[in-house]
Ligand binder design. Sequence first.
Ligand code: ATP
Ligand code: MG
Length: 322
Amino acid sequence: TEPLLQVDSLKTYYKTKTGNVKAVDSVSLFVDRAKILGVAGESGCGKSTLVTTIFRVLPRNAQIVEGEVKFKGQEILKMDLKTFRKNIVWRDIAYIPQASMDVLDPVYKIKDQMIETILAHEDVSKAEATERIYKALESVGVPPEKADMFPHELSGGQRQRVVIAMALLLNPSMVVSDEATTALDVITQAKVLKIMKDLQESRKFSMMFVTHDLALLANISDSILIMYAGKVVEFGDVEKLFRNPLHPYTKALVDAIPDLRLRKKKKLVSIPGYPPDLENPPKGCRFAPRCPIAMPICSQKEPPLTRIEGFHYVACHAVTKQ
Ligand code: ATP
Ligand code: MG
């Protein structure tokens, strides 16, 4: 059966005074129904650009150069924008952005904006909508009296829970979360993650969970996509990827996870150097300048994303030549 969300050879560039920032450069992925895809990669690798492209909320200087995004088989990048916003966003695919204040309007009470979200998309009475929002807040552990408050009167953790409740108000089949828990302390982060995972299991929606912290993804994801400098370097089943990371960049990320490292009695080795400038990325493999096992071909030819075994893809000459 066809995946719920499918992205094909997507390229999104930002125009600047000096050239094009190739933030998402030929990214392909899919998310199956009722599954969680974790997307990881260090700061600046293009994760949020991927998400904002899908939701069509890119800044003015961004341009979708190439590619397709299909949701339930429908190409959403070319859909009429009004129709997309009215019929698809929130209703069927919801968005928890990197900053919760991007969703919450500071001048409205929590209650009012949640009710408004329902009324804007569904033909129900205000009383029914009100009842639903209290249930939604309860499901994410937000006390009912918070509904009468303004966003700034809540803690960061409570605000994040409210945004999750809002994302689920219309029973979407997919939720995309971009660093939804990053700003929270570790305890609150663990609680919010558990809420999301429990809701996902009971309501069976799909999720794309974006974070720079690969360790977070181990317990919640079904599959993992690793991005580096605008490219997909590895994509596969969560267990395969953690047990047998193939790309040297993924290996370094996995080795940096304290639990896994201590279990194998490894020292923390950080990758020297920085991610490349996305206006002038290196020729060949973008990771080659930092790669401990780079070969001459790596700085000449771009390694294609290649299936190795089952659901496990990697873009690395060193792996595919074997
Ligand atoms: P983080 O983990 O820090 O959130 P990210 O992986 O989400 O990072 P993006 O925000 O997608 O990364 O940025 C990808 C690249 O695009 C970066 O090099 C960034 O500097 C650049 N970029 C982002 N927005 C713009 C913009 N409006 N104009 C020009 N360049 C931009
Ligand atoms: Mg981001």
